[in-house]
Design a protein around this ligand. Structure first.
Ligand code: NAG
Ligand code: NAG
Ligand code: NAG
Length: 445
């Protein structure tokens, strides 16, 4: 309605301002849509091109891990592809025309409250919509103040912050330069000072990191303190949209992110970059930056198909059959003199092995071989493996990594997250399976 009204006004205005010139048009010998092509709202209805650099209204991840970017009455699913009308996916958003576009959206993560868990929440003016499986929950839309007491109307952005990142299950709401931590369970609101943060028009959590979008730029922020570390803002088109003229054009990246083929090995280095190896290729993730290439090009001596990789003191130890290759992390990765060496000599274990990892700030290599976990003290000479018990939770393991947030065991195209090695060793049951493609590598479909 609003759109039609604006278009009509513009046509009338043009008609009045230059009657003689536009007379023909007004007679109807050309389409009426011709005149207002510079009108912003018309542009929306026509072609939305995210590579032209647009500001998103809201972003949220679906329960399948697909990011949805909202702009006006349109929606982009994933990091590439065309805009579609948002009412095609969420038809009820349209039943309330006066509400306008989606101001803010987030994906609720609260496993112990199944009535809200995994729901998508959309905020429009004073109302909130709760969707599960793309279906509006009964009784919605509701007033924001009824569902989220204390949260203001006309929000700018919202993002969930689960317990693992924020100590309790929070939603962070943004309005102008006001920022609130909302505790989902206690419904307590905490106003925050995020001094270095720009005003966000949308925000989302992706692969465990928090991003605030402003204009066509974004900044990564700490959800607890709002601090922005590193070189931000960056252009969203180089990272969150696949735009031909921006960023790494290598199409290996998407194939490696989205593949369902099992991994050979995965590790995270001291700086937090993740390296994943699969047959002849590897994928490197440094925060939101993704890179992929052949193993041959970056780890020449290794060629391809590694069995296990762990990172230790700035080096990647790569185990292949019964040998160990050691590369210094950095560009380019340099292979250490004297390697490869026999695995038996390096770790005291006979190859082949299934997986290996070192947890942060420790000097113990944990090696998985045939449902047995071994420990090797890397500071000891000679290095002697100690049997650290069976690992019967899994029939086999493809790859494993350990980071500040615990241990991830990769089996096929799923991974299993344990908050610590001790928790893994004590576990009687396998935790929830998560998808490697979407939840570890940020594949968008
Ligand atoms: C969706 O929105 C478009 C434009 O806003 C409108 O023309 C169309 O009728 C709507 N479709 C439905 C199913 O509501
Ligand atoms: C999701 O909705 C579709 C139909 O839209 C239905 O077939 C499917 O069973 C639903 N899934 C769940 C988990 O409710
Ligand atoms: C941020 O929002 C506040 C209102 O809350 C406004 O006064 C300020 O100008 C905004 N800053 C920018 C850079 O838009």
């Amino acid at each position: 309605m609003k759109l039609l009204f604006q278009t009509l006004c513009l046509c009338l205005a043009l008609g009045l301002a230059t009657p003689s010139h536009h007379e023909g048009h007004l007679q109807g010998d050309e389409p009426a849509g011709d005149a207002p092509k510079h009108d912003h709202s018309m542009h929306h209805a026509a072609v939305l091109d995210r590579c032209a650099g647009m500001e998103m209204d809201a972003v949220a991840i679906t329960e399948q891990g697909v990011p949805y970017f909202f702009e006006g009455d349109h929606l982009f699913k994933g990091f590439h592809g065309k805009a579609e009308l948002s009412n095609q996916s969420f038809s009820e958003l349209d039943d309330h025309h006066h509400l306008g576009h989606v101001d803010a959206a987030f994906h609720m993560h609260i496993p112990d409250a199944p009535e809200h868990h995994d729901h998508m929440f959309f905020f429009l003016d004073t109302k909130v919509f709760s969707y599960y499986n793309h279906t509006l929950e009964p009784g919605y839309p509701k007033d924001i103040k009824e569902v989220f007491p204390g949260v203001p109307d006309h929000l700018d952005a919202a993002v969930e912050c689960p317990e693992e990142d924020c100590k309790s299950n929070l939603v962070i709401f943004f309005k102008g330069d006001d920022i609130y931590h909302y505790d989902v369970k206690t419904q307590k609101m905490d106003e925050k000072e995020f001094a270095s943060m720009p005003n966000c028009t949308s925000a989302f959590r992706w692969l465990g990191h928090y991003y605030c979008f402003h204009g066509h730029q974004f900044s990564k922020f700490d959800p607890m303190t709002g601090e922005v570390h590193g070189r931000y803002p960056k252009d969203a088109r180089e990272y969150f949209m696949r735009c031909p003229k921006f960023g790494d054009a290598s199409n290996h990246v998407e194939r490696e992110q989205c593949s369902h083929v099992h991994l050979d090995a995965v590790t995270s280095d001291d700086a937090g970059s993740v390296y994943a190896f699969r047959a002849h290729h590897f994928l490197r993730m440094e925060g939101e930056k993704m890179h992929s290439d052949t193993i041959e090009s970056a780890f020449k001596e290794l060629h391809s198909e590694v069995d296990a990789v762990f990172s230790y003191e700035g080096h990647m130890h790569m185990i292949k059959d019964s040998e160990v290759y050691v590369y210094k992390v950095g560009e380019p990765h340099t292979h250490l003199e004297g390697y490869p060496k026999p695995l038996k000599e390096e770790l005291g274990i006979d190859g082949p092995v299934d997986a290996a990892f070192v947890c942060q700030d420790h000097h113990i290599a944990h090696v998985i071989k045939d449902q047995t976990l071994y420990e090797v003290d890397l500071k000891a000479t000679p290095r002697v493996p100690i049997k650290d018990g069976p690992l019967t939770l899994f029939k086999y393991v493809d790859a494993a990594m350990c980071g500040p947030d615990g241990v991830k065991i990769v089996v096929g195209n799923h991974f299993y997250h344990f908050e610590s090695l001790m928790i893994m060793q004590a576990a009687k049951a396998i935790p929830e399976a998560k998808r490697v493609s979407t939840e570890l590598f940020g594949c968008d479909h």
